[in-house]
Design a protein. Structure first.
Lengths: 660, 350
C-alpha cells in the first residue's frame, strides 16, 4: 500500500476512535463532561442513578470493549500468523462455535454452572473444535482455503447440535440467545476484573515471547523444523493460549465475530511487518473496532428503543469489511484442481442395487403406514385424514433430500472442493432470515406463503452474491466465502430475533431445525415439480458440468463458455438448495455427504452421481423423518437435525480415515 | 449526488436525540371506561353468552373471523394451547386432548390437569392423527396453529382463539371474553358467573386492604421478570399484570407501547428513574442473587428504599383463571411491601 494512503487510513482510524469514545461517553448519558470527570476521581460522590450507571455500567462496558477487542485482534493475528492464512480467525476456525455449542450443551443440563465452570467448558469446546478442524484438513494444508471450509463445516455441525439441544430443552433457551448474540453490557466491574486476571497475563506473554517463534514458523513448517524448532508442540501451545483467551472472553460477552478477522488485515494494510508489530497493532485495532461497534450498538438501542446486542452489529459492520479485504488482489483464492480420491472403488453389482432399491421402497412404505396405537407401533393403511397429512410430508422429504444432494454434486464439481456444501452459499441463511423477518413483521407465514418468502430471500441473496463477484468472473470459491460471510451476517439477526423468548421463538427454532411438519399439499407438489425439472436440466447439461469440474481453464480451452456456464450452474445449485430449504427449513450436510457417498458407491460420472446422490439424499431424509416422527411420539425430532447429524458424523469419520 | 444523500441521512441520524429521557406518554389502546378503574364489566360479553341455560343454536365468531354454529353443547373438547385448556378445565369440563401436558404441570400448574387427557405433542407441532383418535366434538386452537385448520376441520369444528399476538387487545379482557365464549359453547354459564364473582371479590378484598395499608395514597407498582444479568422483562399496558395493577387501584410507572405477549425486554438502566415505584419480580431465575446484589440494581431508587418483593410464579399468557392467580400474586406481594408490613404481619389475615 502506498505511503500516502497508509497515512490516510491511519487518519481515518484515529477519527473513528475519537468519535467512538465520544459517542460511548455521550450517548444515552445525561451527565456533562465535568460531572463525568468529577465522578471518575471521586466515585464515592455518586448520588443519582445516572451517576451509578456511568461508573458501573458505561465505564465497565467501555473497558470490556477495549480489552475484548484487543484480545480478539491479537488472537486473530496470532492465528493468522500460525496458519499463514489471511482468512483465519476464531470465527472461520470454528472455535467460536465450539465454545458456544459446549456452553449451550452444558447449560441445558447444569443451569447453575458458575462463571469458572462456563469458562472451562468453553475452553474445552473451542479446543475440541479446533482439533477437529485440524484433523479434517490435515497439517499440510492449513494455509489454504480448505481450513476455512472445514471450519465452516464444523460450524454447521456444532450449530446443528446446539440447536438440537435448545429445541429439546426449549424453556431455558430465552436468556441464552441474547448472550449468544454477543452482548457487552455490564453490571459492575466484576466481569472486567475476572477477564483481566485471566487474559492480560496471557496476552503479555504472547507479545513478549511469541514473535520469535512466529517469525520462524512464518518460513513454513518444514523450514522451521529444519532450523531446530519443535513445530507441533509450540504450534499447539501458542494456539492453545490464543484459544484460552478467546474462550474466557466468550464466557463473559458471548460470540463476537469478525473483529478477530478484520483487525489483522487492517494491521497489515497499515504496514505492520514484523511479528510483534502485527500482534500489537492488531490488538490496538481490535480494541478500536470493538469500541466503535459497541458505540454503534448503544446508539441503535436508543434509536430502536430496544435491546440491540453488539454481536449483531459486529456482524453487520464486519461483513462488508470482510468482503472488502477478501476481494483485494493478494487475498484472492487461486483455482485448485479437484483432488480426486485415489482409491479404486469396485463398481457395485446389480444385486447390490437391487437390494438397495428394495430397501428404499421398504422405507417409503414404512413412512407411509406407521402409526401408534396406544404405546405400541403398528402398520396400518392410513385413512383419508391421515393420508392427507402423510403424503405431503413424504413427498417433501424425498424431493428436498434429492434437491440438497443434487445441489451438493453441482457445487462440489464447480469449486473443486469436496468440502463444499450448498448451505455455504448463504441461501439457507437467506431463506431462514426471510421467514424470520416475516414472522417478526406479523405476516404469519404458513404453508405456501412461507415457501414464497423463503424463495424470495434466497433469490435476493443469490443475486447479491453474483453481483459482488461479477468483476472476478464469478469465481466459485470466492462465492463460497462471500456466502459464508453473508450467512454469519444473517444468522446474527436471526439470533437477535430468537432472544425475544416467546412462542414465536419455538416456531422459528422448529423451522431452523429442518422439519417436514409444515409441509402442505401445494408446497409438496411445487417442490416435486421444480426439483424434477432442475434435476432433468442438470442431467441434460452433464457435459458442461464434467468439463467445469476438471478446471475452468481446461473447460475454456475446449471451447466452453465458462462464465455463462458457471453462473448457470451456480444458479441451479442455489435454486435446488433454496427450494428444499424453503420447503422444510435448512438441512446441513446432506449436500456435503451425499455426493461423497455416491462416489464411494461407484458413481463417478456426473450423470450417475447425480442420480445416485439424489436417491441417497431422498432415502436418508426419509429414514430421518420416520425416526424423527416416531422415536419420541407424540413429540417430534426434526428430520433435518437427524439427517445433519448422521451426515456430519459420516463425513467426519471419512475425513479422518483419509488422513491416515 | 450519492455522497450528498449519504451525508444528509447521516446528518439526520445524528440529530435524533441520543439520550434517553423519560419516555413520553403514549396512547395505550385501553378502553376509555378503564381509565380509572379496571373491571371485567367494562367490555360486556354478548347477551347470548350470559343466559342460563344457553340457547342453542349458538353462532360465534372466532379471532380470525370464522363463524361457527353449535346446535348443542360439545362433550369431548380438545384444546391445543395452555390458555385454552386452562379455560376448559376452569369451566369444569375435562378435556380429551391437549399439548405438552407435563410442561403444563410445571409451568401453569393450576387449574390442575385431570388424568386421562391425551397428550398430542408439542404446541408448535401437534400430532393430527392423535387428535383424530381422541374423537373430539370441538377443537380450540391458537393463532400460530392456524396452518392446521384445513386438516383439523375434517375432524371437528375448529375454533381459533388468539390473545397474545394481537397488540391492540387488552389481554385480560380478551382472556375473559374468550372464557365467556367457551363457557357459552360448552354450556357452562354458571362456571363463568362463579369465576366472575370470585375475581370481583378478591379484587375488592385486595383493593381495600391495599388502600388501608398505604393510607389511601395512589401507589406505583412495577411488575417485572428477570431475563439476564443486565436485562429484565417489563409487563406492558396490554398485559394481564397491568390490568390487575390498575384494578387494585395502582398504576405502572414504566410507559411503553403495547407489545405482543405483553412483555418487553429492557435494560435494568431503564428502570433507573422510577423514583416512587414498588417493584415486584415474578418467578425465580438461577442468577437471581447475582442481579439482586449487583450495583446497578442496588443503586435503583426502589432497591435503595427496600421496595422490592418476590411474587409467586404464574403463567403470564394464560386464560381467565390465570387472572385470579395474578391477582393473588400481585396482591400479596404489594401487601408485603406496605409500610410497617415487615413488622406486623398482614399476611396472616389473608
Amino acid at each position: 500500500m502506498r505511503v500516502r494512503t497508509r497515512w490516510g487510513l491511519l487518519g481515518i482510524l484515529i477519527l473513528i476512535l475519537g468519535v467512538s469514545v465520544w459517542a460511548t461517553l455521550r450517548i444515552d448519558n445525561p451527565l456533562s463532561w465535568a460531572q463525568q470527570w468529577a465522578l471518575i476521581w471521586h466515585p464515592q460522590a455518586a448520588a443519582r442513578y445516572d451517576d451509578f450507571y456511568y461508573l458501573y455500567g458505561t465505564l465497565p462496558r467501555l473497558a470490556v470493549a477495549v480489552l475484548g477487542g484487543a484480545t480478539l485482534g491479537l488472537v486473530g493475528s496470532l492465528i493468522q500468523q500460525l496458519t499463514l492464512n489471511r482468512m483465519a480467525s476464531p470465527l472461520t476456525l470454528g472455535t467460536s462455535s465450539g465454545a458456544w455449542c459446549a456452553i449451550v450443551v452444558a447449560s441445558a443440563w447444569l443451569p447453575n454452572l458458575t462463571a469458572n465452570g462456563i469458562n472451562g467448558v468453553a475452553f474445552v469446546g473451542a479446543l475440541a473444535a479446533f482439533l477437529l478442524i485440524v484433523a479434517i484438513t490435515g497439517w499440510q494444508r492449513m494455509n489454504s482455503l480448505s481450513i476455512v471450509m472445514s471450519g465452516m463445516v464444523v460450524n454447521l455441525l456444532l450449530g446443528a447440535l446446539a440447536t438440537a439441544v435448545v429445541v429439546m430443552q426449549s424453556q431455558f433457551a430465552t436468556n441464552i440467545f441474547l448472550w449468544g448474540a454477543g452482548d457487552l453490557a455490564q453490571n459492575g466491574w466484576q466481569n472486567f476484573e475476572w477477564l483481566v486476571i485471566r487474559i492480560v497475563p496471557v496476552l503479555l506473554l504472547l507479545i513478549v515471547f511469541a514473535p520469535k517463534i512466529l517469525t520462524l514458523l512464518g518460513l513454513g513448517h518444514e523450514s522451521a523444523k529444519a532450523r531446530g524448532l519443535n513445530v507441533v508442540p509450540t504450534f499447539m501451545l501458542l494456539m492453545g493460549l490464543g484459544i484460552w483467551s478467546v474462550s474466557a472472553l466468550i464466557t463473559v460477552t458471548g460470540i463476537l465475530n469478525f473483529t478477530g478477522l478484520i483487525a489483522p488485515n487492517i494491521a497489515r494494510a497499515l504496514g505492520a511487518r514484523s511479528s510483534r508489530a502485527q500482534l500489537v497493532v492488531s490488538a490496538g485495532l481490535g480494541a478500536l473496532l470493538l469500541v466503535a461497534t459497541d458505540a454503534l450498538s448503544v446508539y441503535a438501542s436508543v434509536l430502536a428503543n430496544a435491546v440491540v446486542p453488539t454481536g449483531v452489529l459486529a456482524a453487520a459492520v464486519g461483513t462488508p469489511l470482510f468482503l472488502f479485504f477478501l476481494l483485494r488482489r493478494e487475498n484472492r483464492p487461486s483455482a485448485q484442481l479437484w483432488d480426486r480420491p485415489t482409491e479404486r472403488t469396485q463398481p457395485r453389482s446389480k444385486v447390490f442395487w437391487g437390494v438397495a432399491a428394495l430397501l428404499s421402497f421398504a422405507v417409503l412404505m414404512i413412512h407411509l403406514t406407521i402409526t401408534h396405537v396406544g404405546t405400541d407401533v403398528a402398520w396400518r393403511i392410513p385413512d383419508a385424514i391421515a393420508w392427507s397429512q402423510r403424503w405431503p410430508r413424504t413427498v417433501v422429504a424425498i424431493f428436498a433430500g434429492a434437491g440438497f444432494a443434487m445441489a451438493g454434486v453441482i457445487l462440489q464439481r464447480q469449486i473443486h472442493n469436496p468440502l463444499a456444501s450448498p448451505d455455504l452459499l448463504g441461501v439457507s441463511s437467506g431463506a431462514t432470515f426471510a421467514v424470520v423477518l416475516a414472522m417478526l413483521l406479523g405476516l404469519t407465514p404458513y404453508g405456501l406463503s412461507a415457501f414464497g418468502y423463503a424463495i424470495l430471500g434466497s433469490i435476493l441473496i443469490l443475486v447479491g452474491l453474483l453481483w459482488v463477484t461479477r468483476r472476478l468472473q464469478y469465481d466459485p470459491t470466492l462465492l463460497i466465502l462471500v456466502g459464508i460471510a453473508t450467512s454469519a451476517f444473517l444468522d446474527a439477526f436471526t439470533t437477535l430475533t430468537l432472544s425475544k423468548g416467546t412462542l414465536d421463538t419455538y416456531s422459528i427454532l422448529e423451522w431452523l431445525s429442518g422439519s417436514t411438519y409444515r409441509a402442505s399439499a401445494d408446497v409438496a407438489i411445487l417442490l416435486a415439480l421444480s426439483v424434477t425439472l432442475l434435476g432433468v436440466l442438470c442431467w441434460v447439461c452433464h457435459r458442461a458440468l464434467t468439463l467445469l469440474g476438471i478446471g475452468r481453464d481446461f473447460a475454456a480451452a475446449r471451447g466452453a463458455a465458462v462464465q455463462i456456464q458457471t453462473v448457470a450452474m451456480m444458479v441451479a445449485s442455489a435454486s435446488l438448495c433454496a427450494l428444499s430449504t424453503a420447503a422444510m427449513g435448512p438441512v446441513a450436510f446432506l449436500g456435503l455427504a451425499c455426493p461423497h457417498m455416491a462416489y464411494y458407491l461407484g458413481a463417478k460420472r456426473v450423470r450417475t452421481q447425480l442420480v445416485v446422490s439424489a436417491w441417497l439424499g431422498a432415502t436418508l431424509l426419509l429414514v430421518a423423518d420416520t425416526i424423527g416422527q416416531n422415536i419420541v411420539f407424540p413429540q417430534e425430532v426434526p428430520a433435518g437435525m437427524l439427517a445433519a447429524m448422521v451426515g456430519a458424523t459420516y463425513f467426519l469419520v471419512l475425513m479422518i480415515q483419509k488422513r491416515r | 449526488m450519492q455522497r450528498r444523500l449519504f451525508l444528509a441521512s447521516l446528518g439526520y441520524a445524528l440529530t435524533r436525540p441520543v439520550w434517553a429521557n423519560a419516555p413520553t406518554a403514549r396512547h395505550t389502546h385501553t378502553p376509555a371506561c378503564m381509565a380509572h378503574h379496571a373491571s371485567f364489566d367494562c367490555l360486556p360479553v354478548p347477551r347470548a353468552w350470559q343466559t342460563d341455560p344457553i340457547k342453542y343454536p349458538l353462532t360465534i365468531t372466532d379471532s380470525i373471523g370464522q363463524t361457527h354454529r353449535f346446535d348443542r353443547a360439545p362433550k369431548r373438547v380438545a384444546a391445543l394451547n395452555w390458555d385454552l385448556v386452562e379455560n376448559v378445565i376452569a369451566l369444569g369440563v375435562a378435556p380429551v386432548a391437549s399439548c405438552e401436558i407435563e410442561a403444563y404441570q410445571t409451568w401453569v400448574r393450576e387449574p390442575a390437569m385431570p388424568a386421562g387427557v391425551i397428550d398430542v405433542g408439542s404446541r408448535t407441532a401437534p400430532n393430527v392423527g392423535l387428535i383424530e383418535s381422541s374423537k373430539p366434538d370441538v377443537i380450540f386452537i391458537t393463532g400460530s396453529q392456524r396452518a392446521l385448520i384445513p386438516a383439523l376441520t375434517k375432524i371437528a369444528p375448529t375454533v381459533c382463539l388468539e390473545n397474545t399476538l394481537a397488540t391492540g387487545l387488552n389481554e385480560a379482557l380478551e382472556a375473559w371474553r374468550q372464557f365467556a365464549m367457551m363457557g357459552a359453547i360448552l354450556s357452562r354459564p354458571e362456571a363463568v358467573t362463579a369465576l366472575h364473582t370470585q375475581l370481583t371479590l378478591r379484587l375488592d378484598f385486595y383493593r381495600q386492604k391495599i388502600a388501608v395499608a398505604f393510607d389511601h395514597q395512589p401507589i406505583q407498582i412495577q411488575v417485572i421478570r428477570f431475563s439476564t444479568p443486565t436485562t429484565v422483562f417489563v409487563y406492558g399496558p396490554n398485559s394481564i399484570a397491568d390490568f390487575v395493577v390498575r384494578a387494585l387501584g395502582a398504576s405502572q410507572p414504566y410507559v411503553m407501547e403495547p407489545t405482543a405477549y405483553g412483555l418487553q425486554s429492557v435494560r435494568i438502566r431503564a428502570l433507573g428513574n422510577l423514583e416512587n415505584a414498588y417493584v415486584i419480580y415474578v418467578g425465580h431465575v438461577p442468577f437471581e442473587h447475582k442481579v439482586l446484589n449487583s450495583i446497578l440494581w442496588t443503586a435503583t431508587p426502589f432497591a435503595r428504599k427496600g421496595r422490592v418483593q418476590y411474587g409467586d410464579n404464574y403463567w403470564s399468557h394464560g386464560g381467565a383463571y390465570s387472572i385470579l392467580q395474578t391477582v393473588e400474586t400481585i396482591g400479596q406481594a404489594i401487601l408485603k411491601m406496605a409500610p410497617g408490613a415487615r413488622q406486623k404481619s398482614l399476611v396472616e389475615n389473608i
